[in-house]
Design a protein around this ligand. Sequence first.
Ligand code: ATP
Ligand code: MG
Length: 361
Amino acid sequence: MNAIRFERVSKRYVSEEVINDLDLVIPQGKFFALLGPSGCGKTTILRLIGGFEHPDAGHIFIEEQDVTDVPINKRRVNTVFQQYALFPHLNVFDNVAYGLVIKGVAREEISQRVARVLHKVHLEKHASKRIDQLSGGQQQRVALARAIINEPKVLLLDEPLAALDRSLKERMLVELIELQSELQTTFVYVTHDPSEALALADQMAIMNEDGIVEQVGTPKEVYEFPETSFVAQFVGKTNLLQGTLAQDQAWTLQVPHVGELQVAVDSAKPWAQPGYNALLSVRPEKIEINKTEQVGFANHVVGIVDALIYHGRATEYLVKVGDRILTVFEQNEDHFSRDAIAEGDAVHLYWQRENAVVLGV
Ligand SMILES: Nc1ncnc2c1ncn2[C@@H]1O[C@H](COP(=O)(O)OP(=O)(O)OP(=O)(O)O)[C@@H](O)[C@H]1O
Ligand SMILES: [Mg+2]
């Protein structure tokens, strides 16, 4: 069953069309990420699911029930907002218990449920602390606890880790994955950070600046097989080469000043025609860089190292090939490489045909 379904949903604010005729399906019990640049309409989509906004057109379904006109408090959906508004004057226990108190749940049951939820988010030792006595990561966990205590069918998370530093963020990523698989609740996680979406999601949707969903798939599908140049560039670094398709025995792409490249093309695509002007996306880590010539690769181009950036775990090479600069990542596997590549060196670049993707748009 689908947890959520948008059917031709449109939403505009005063003069600005944010969501236009959106169809979107979010599967039940999965970690779903909604990825897109700032201002593209991610929070608007969450607010539509939560019932804080009403669509101008279309229908929204939760577990196949039409909730378009169902009020917020009847939707069994909970939100962790971009700014998680905790009550600073209440302690952790009371912050988490709040929703149950409002509902008039019996005191004994409240104690039990709060204890259970605090245990899930590793805060059982901090129940009596005030919010301002907690670290950023602990506050984040209180916000999560407060959102899951009502056992929502869907948990909406709006950039919940934005305020955290990098190491805490990485820890929380792991905890969120564990929490989701334990609860089996549908998580809809909004972010503009591709690395978060790739790390967390079972499925993700990528939206462009105009609020249009360009691709939906597993993190691996969208990273390895992007369908548009926007998706290819938004979910990670890539090299885009424009050229003309040709077909002899196999498909090639003629890229001016770079050469003839062997490419994999799905002949079923409408644009898979000789003469078509296509883009090739080659991710930097798919390219081998070497000072000496190698065999066994479909594609081989030569260039000069224009610059290199040391990143610790990898080195990034900017290599001038024809009139283009290609980016190459190489893992730093050895402390010292005997044959280290330096700026100004002539290098050979290689990649396999299957490790690059031809984009029709
Ligand atoms: N209440 C509102 N009234 C008018 N315009 C709004 C309102 N809320 C949002 N917008 C506009 O709608 C667009 C989408 O906003 P939204 O908050 O959904 O973006 P977002 O993808 O969540 O961005 P961010 O990543 O920065 O949080 C923006 O251009 C924003 O200015
Ligand atoms: Mg937002």
